[in-house]
Design a protein around this ligand. Structure first.
Ligand SMILES: Cc1cc2nc3c(=O)[nH]c(=O)nc-3n(C[C@H](O)[C@H](O)[C@H](O)COP(=O)(O)O)c2cc1C
Length: 391
């Protein structure tokens, strides 16, 4: 099974990742991973750091002549700004000359992390608590994503709302997604379409509203959150399990999305809206089309009983507004025990578009594991002999 670990501090020398369980013979290139890293760095409303970063991955092991070897894959993303942090983030020394941070930002991990580890410097917490870590998560997950794509399973995403700027005409978006997902790369076409918008919103009018709102919010020194949708096409019926709680694919997918920084709500299909409806308005009926069983709708979001039902998987995640505010909330200096304004450091105003790209990434290893559980083998060639998409 696929598992991965990441290491690295936000302003440390590099992010490091190890991916295990990717079958041998998977074609992959550095450029392919870098494209996903680039996508994670886009979006209107990002802070200054995005201009410094331009993440690029180095593959250190586990790949030879463009194909995976089945051995652990080691990855590195260098911190392009490291030269400016060597003192503050030194591995050796006593750090006496470096100023400690003692004012926690409300909504961030600062206060609880400091208490948890008994630190007197919040930097020890925020360096790893930061969403910078998601760059390596995207890099690691791209191997699983490529494996799924080679078997016709594609992941995409788009943003549904940023603050009060919301997609209200859902039927228009659904029509567009239906048109786009007919392509052989299914959900990925939707993602490419969303990438054309600086906020990854498929409705151009809402896209404009969202950009204007981010501009206004920045001037106010405030921040924004929003909701994004992750879709998966081509997943065969029967991935996951209904026999035990910890094997249910709905639970595993939602955990993956919830583990992204600042994501505070996750839903499958029309989960929350369905709760207010009669069952007759909610459940997706069966029909027959040219002798094949079809569904009349997909309000369940492609998952019933913890397993895929052959329809498009639809997941929603809600990201809270960024915690670091240029016009800060009140806080306490924990060293001097005085109330004051919370600390501000270079920060995003809105990172929902980037979060949607991370959302695509984190579901990939979960889906790939469900796929490998059913059809797995040591090499891509071996899996091909086992995988025949059920009708
Ligand atoms: C792509 C992305 C970028 C983020 N950028 C920032 C940022 O610039 N400033 C900030 O305070 N929080 C940012 N966050 C959110 C924090 O990482 C997050 O709120 C914090 O780690 C606390 O965790 P929690 O919100 O999950 O409880 C970002 C999150 C994501 C996913």
């Amino acid at each position: 099974m696929i598992r991965y670990l990441t290491a690295g501090e936000s302003h440390g020398q590099a992010l490091v990742g190890i991916v295990e369980g990717i079958p041998a013979g998977l074609s992959i290139s550095t450029e392919y991973i870098n494209h996903q890293l680039w996508r994670r760095q886009q979006g209107y409303g990002r802070g200054g750091r995005m201009r410094i970063e331009t993440d690029r991955v180095e593959i250190i092991s586990g790949v030879r002549f463009g194909k995976t070897l089945g051995s652990p894959i080691a990855l590195v993303i260098q911190n392009r700004d490291w030269a400016n942090w060597t003192q503050k983030m030194a591995i050796e020394g006593d750090g006496k000359s470096v100023e400690k941070i003692s004012v926690p930002r409300p909504g961030h991990v600062d206060f609880a992390g400091m208490k948890k580890y008994g630190f007197d410097d919040i930097r020890n917490v925020i360096e790893r608590g930061s969403a910078r870590e998601t760059a390596m998560r995207v890099a690691c997950s791209t191997f699983a994503r490529k494996l799924l794509e080679d078997f016709g399973i594609f992941i995409g995403s788009h943003v549904l709302s940023i603050g009060s700027a919301k997609v209200t005409d859902r039927s228009k978006i659904d029509r567009l997604i239906r048109k786009l997902t007919v392509a052989s790369c299914g959900a990925y076409k939707t993602t490419e379409e969303a990438d054309k918008s600086e906020v990854r919103i498929l409705d151009p009018e809402v896209s404009k509203k969202a950009i204007a709102l981010i501009k206004r919010t920045k001037k106010l020194g405030d921040t924004l959150g929003g909701i994004f949708e992750v879709i998966v096409t081509g997943a065969p019926v029967g991935l996951g399990s209904y026999v035990h709680f910890d094997r249910k694919l709905d639970g595993l997918l939602t955990q993956a999305l919830m583990s992204i920084h600042a994501v505070k709500g996750v839903e499958i299909g029309q989960g929350f809206a369905n709760a207010a409806e009669f069952g007759s308005n909610v459940h997706d009926g069966f029909g027959l089309h040219s002798g094949r069983v079809v569904r009349t709708s997909n309000k369940a979001g492609g998952l019933e009983g913890g397993i895929t039902n052959g329809e498009m998987i639809v997941l929603h995640a809600a990201m809270k507004p960024i915690s670091t505010l240029a016009n800060p909330l009140r806080s306490v200096d924990l060293k001097r025990m005085k109330t004051l304004d919370a600390r501000y450091e270079r920060s995003d105003v809105c990172a929902v578009p980037a979060c949607s790209v991370i959302g695509e990434a984190v579901v990939a290893p979960v889906l790939a594991n469900a796929f490998l559980e059913k059809y797995g083998g040591d090499s891509v060639r071996e899996i091909r002999t086992r995988y025949k998409k059920p009708s």
